[in-house]
Write a new protein. Sequence first.
Length: 256
Amino acid sequence: MNGKLRRPLIAGNWKMYKTGAEGADFVAALAAQLGSNPGCQVVVAPTFAGLYQAVAAAAGSAVEVAAQDVFWEREGAYTGEVSPGMLTSLGVTSVVIGHSERRQYFGETDENVAKKVRAALDAGLAPIMCVGETEYQRDEGQTEHVLSTQVPSGLSLVDPSEAARLAIAYEPVWAIGTGKTATPAMAQQAISFCRRELAATLGGAAADRVRILYGGSVKPDNVDEIMAQADIDGALVGGASLDLASFVRIVKFERS
Ligand code: PGA
């Protein structure tokens, strides 16, 4: 199976931007501009506080709503946390797990990522698991080493039969929010390495079904070249997903 047989996925990660009302307005306008068949799966990830309004605004449209994180327990004394079932009960369909900002600022570990991926799948949420090296790690030549740790550990509790529900976002940390994009060739190289790691972890047939996204300063003017790479099945977009015109252009990337 080549990359173009997997359905492309464009996901907007809003991070800690947009109130519930702002997010709802954005989703309504996005849905109106995309119509019923945007040609790829389109997801936006508001903060927890904006999920309810975003889901309501997306109802009946092609836009889906993701959360930016999730806890692995079903319920309990875990102040500040949100369970997978709480997300699905709102109408949320997918969840970003292990974003580098969570790893960097909030102590997210590969072990926790694995538990979150497992709990999301159990609840019927599609995980978008983030991996990627820091600038220091790239400079030290450790990119493949980092990916060969993060990919198998994050997926250690996943069964190969679940591959089609899984997406991985390769986001080199040095390219996030910095305006420095990995060249399409660098992104392709790292992502094809991730697919080889996937094959080693889940088997070749399952690895072919997992969508792998690129993330890190994706913009209207570089999305076409990024999406043209053989192994790149989509994009996880931060800054450029906050502006309607720019996100619409990214969703409407040029199909090669
Ligand atoms: P960016 O963020 O597009 O602003 O670089 C990407 C991300 O953090 O997912």
